[in-house]
Design a protein around this ligand. Structure first.
Ligand SMILES: Nc1ncnc2c1ncn2[C@@H]1O[C@H](COP(=O)(O)OP(=O)(O)O)[C@@H](O)[C@H]1O
Ligand SMILES: [Mg+2]
Length: 224
């Protein structure tokens, strides 16, 4: 169960004569196991910021995030990091694939962190699912943007997280690959009764979720 309670994020003003920017305002959301929602909204409206708050990568200005009854604000950085590693899979907009590790080593990380074994068959299965089995030994610098994006997706799903957060995960993919990746995300949520949140600009991608929410310029999250 994921609960967002009166969540807000205010950023400092861009110029001294302007008011602070209320990026997110009074956001309430309850999601249960198996729920899969898409969040849309204009570029710069705060979608990535919202996902970062949910993942505990950033702290809210007001309100709080609860995962399985635990208030993230009550945990210290180590506690949040442990909870994230164990329960969440995050597909970053900028991939954040580790450059000095191979593709397989990147995907193995969440398994190693959570002491899930055996590692190799799970990594192989996941790489096959994103059509990268042949690139297991490659380094990130040898991969295209679309391939890196699929590494990031494999890494986010390999430990079967309870909460899947995907930030524009198909932004660098051709339509056909995007469709397969969206199906994989959906499958991962359904098969493991996870909670999925998909941030996307694409109406086609959003349609793969059960419900579409829109983050407005006013910082409110509402049904689309
Ligand atoms: N850590 C930060 N400090 C200052 N401004 C930030 C920070 N993170 C994001 N922003 C600003 O907040 C706004 C929303 O950013 P973001 O959440 O990335 O939007 P989106 O993902 O919807 O495109 C942008 O104007 C961005 O510059
Ligand atoms: Mg973003």
């Amino acid at each position: 169960m994921l609960r967002l309670v009166d969540l807000s994020k205010t950023l400092p003003a861009l110029q001294p004569d302007l008011p602070p920017r209320e990026l997110l305002r009074g956001i309430d959301l309850d999601l249960a196991a198996g729920d899969y929602v898409a969040i849309m909204g204009e570029s710069g409206c705060g979608k990535s910021t919202l996902l970062n708050l949910i993942a505990g990568l950033d702290r809210p200005s007001g309100g709080h995030v609860e995962l399985d009854g635990r208030n993230l604000s009550a945990l210290d950085d180590n506690g949040v990091t442990r909870l994230r590693a164990a329960r969440m899979g995050f597909v970053f907009q900028a991939f954040h694939v580790l450059p000095h590790l191979t593709v397989a080593q990147n995907v193995a990380l969440p398994l190693a962190l959570n002491r899930i074994e055996p590692i190799e068959p799970r990594v192989h299965e996941m790489l096959a699912a994103v059509d990268l089995a042949a690139r297991a030994g490659s380094r990130p610098r040898e991969l295209s943007g679309g391939e890196l994006q699929r590494v990031a997706i494999a890494r986010a799903l390999v430990h079967r997280p309870a909460l899947v957060l995907a930030d524009e995960p198909t932004g660098n993919l051709d339509p056909e690959t995007a469709e397969r990746i969206l199906a994989l995300l959906r499958e991962s949520v359904v098969a493991h009764q996870a909670i999925g949140i998909l941030v996307t600009h694409s109406h086609a991608a959003a349609a793969s979720a059960d419900r579409v929410l829109r983050l407005g310029r006013d910082g409110r999250l509402e049904p689309a």
